[in-house]
Design a protein around this ligand. Sequence first.
Ligand SMILES: Nc1ncnc2c1ncn2[C@@H]1O[C@H](COP(=O)(O)OP(=O)(O)OP(=O)(O)O)[C@@H](O)[C@H]1O
Length: 241
Amino acid sequence: MKDTGVTTQIRFDAVDHVIDGRTILSDVSVNLSARRIGVIGRNGSGKTTFARILAGLIAPSAGKVTIDGIDPANDRRAALSLVGILFQNPDHQIIFPTVIEEVAFGLRQQGVDDPDARAAAVLTQFGKAHWREAHVHSLSQGQKQLVCLMSILAMTPRILILDEPFAGLDIPTRMQLARYLNHYDGTLVHVSHDPRDLAGYDHLLWLERGVLQGQGGDVLDDFTKDMTRQGESDDISDLAR
Ligand SMILES: Nc1ncnc2c1ncn2[C@@H]1O[C@H](COP(=O)(O)OP(=O)(O)OP(=O)(O)O)[C@@H](O)[C@H]1O
């Protein structure tokens, strides 16, 4: 990954998130300036909720979130340029019939001049000028995921959040998408339950039932050991989870 020397400051101060009386995140505080951040945890540990709060898609029930001093839930227009998020299922993200319309949409939201020309330039930059008028429904899942990635990177966000975007893709497709990601020179926040996705990341956050269980550069080993230990039990039977 390129290093432009520009770092982005992510702060969560005592963040809680409660839905229907149930605590999904509890007292999460982090102060991050690493370039590649991994968020790891079991299913249902609160990773997607953390990602959506960081992206400003939802406001936390309590506490404060800032990216370089800006509250992404409060200042939605600024958030468009601050942070982009790529989800697992591109079909939940894509809203337009053709590739060019999809890539131009975010640019239009940002208020840039001539969003169609900018979108076409992005397609060319990715070697996909020939996708311009392609119908999104005719593309493979991997190709749709690349349309989502191009749409997000067109807006040049300081932070790119990946919420398990490679789940369900075959190995060659994952490798190809990962190569496109290598050109991104901002801060990557990658959410996954699989430690293999996050090997070599600068900083890890480990969430367990909505609580920050650990963080730092060497959390993956502890996480893997704990997952193996939990795998030997039978807590999948427990309906209270
Ligand atoms: N809008 C919502 N309404 C009700 N419950 C929710 C909502 N969003 C999340 N939850 C619950 O909060 C918990 C954490 O969910 P979240 O999706 O953040 O976890 P996760 O770690 O990303 O899980 P997974 O790895 O399975 O995607 C889960 O038990 C989930 O059912």
